[in-house]
Design a protein around this ligand. Structure first.
Ligand code: AP5
Length: 213
């Protein structure tokens, strides 16, 4: 199974991607997670990417393509791409890479939800800096406030989840990433739309139904 999850910040790409990876035994490739890990470790990529991420802007395409090339080359059992591609040059770079690896996409899954739903979800997101578990104080709170259920670590809010940066991330999505839906339709790929504004399990069921069809 080789999928792209396309959608705005907060629509649930990470949440659904993790469920799909577990269900199909495939690799979830999140460029956001890979970049945050590089920032945490202070690598040259992380130091370079941080200023773009903090401003809600996209990290330059060549850096992202190098990162993804390395990961996809070893994802033999399949993958779900979360947050990549995000620009037309990234989509073209991915096409080139898929050609080199002689593999094709099974679906481009587009998750959609109104901006006000996305803003509420992002404002409520908390994550565990130790084990990576993701919660939502509005929709999926931890048992004890601000503490990870799995490992007891204090939860944190992502640096780019403040209100101003979220507005910019949504603008960037609409201007640079949403046009990929046309790109994939125009180039004859299987584009499937799913309502991402529903509860987590309902979204997962909708994705499964679309994949089964
Ligand atoms: P990235 O980490 O990819 O962030 P994003 O696309 O902005 O998406 P989010 O992680 O905010 O949301 P999500 O859709 O994964 O939602 P989630 O499942 O977490 O990118 C961050 C930055 O890195 C970018 O701004 C850019 O600078 C850089 N970057 C990354 N990739 C790049 C690329 N390819 N090119 C260039 N730059 C790149 O859910 C959100 C919250 O809602 C959670 O709390 C969750 O629990 C909750 N939730 C999820 N689903 C539901 C539901 N159905 N109902 C209720 N709550 C829900």
């Amino acid at each position: 199974m080789r999928l792209i999850l396309l959608g705005a910040p907060g629509v649930g790409k990470g949440t659904q991607g993790a469920l799909l990876a577990e269900r199909f035994g495939i690799e979830r490739v999140s460029t956001g997670d890979l970049l945050r890990d590089a920032v945490r470790r202070g690598t040259p990529l992380g130091r370079n990417a941080k200023r773009y991420m903090d401003a809600g802007e996209l990290v330059p395409d060549p850096l992202i393509l190098d990162l993804v090339r390395e990961v996809l080359s070893t994802a033999d059992s399949g993958f779900v791409l979360d947050g990549f591609p995000r620009t037309i040059p990234q989509a073209e770079g991915l096409d080139e890479l898929l050609g080199e690896l002689s593999i094709a996409l099974d679906a481009v899954m587009v998750l959609e939800a109104p901006d006000e739903v996305l803003i509420k979800r992002i404002s409520g997101r908390r994550s565990c800096p130790r084990c990576g578990a993701v919660y939502n104080i509005h929709f999926e709170p931890p048992a004890a406030p601000e503490v990870c259920d799995r490992c007891g670590t204090e939860l944190v809010q992502r640096a780019d989840d403040d209100a101003d940066t979220v507005v910019r991330r949504l603008e960037v999505y609409h201007a640079q990433t949403r046009p990929l839906v046309d790109y994939y339709e125009r180039t004859g790929r299987p584009v499937r739309q799913v309502d991402g504004g529903q509860p987590v399990d309902t979204v997962q069921d909708s994705i499964s139904a679309v994949l089964a069809a």
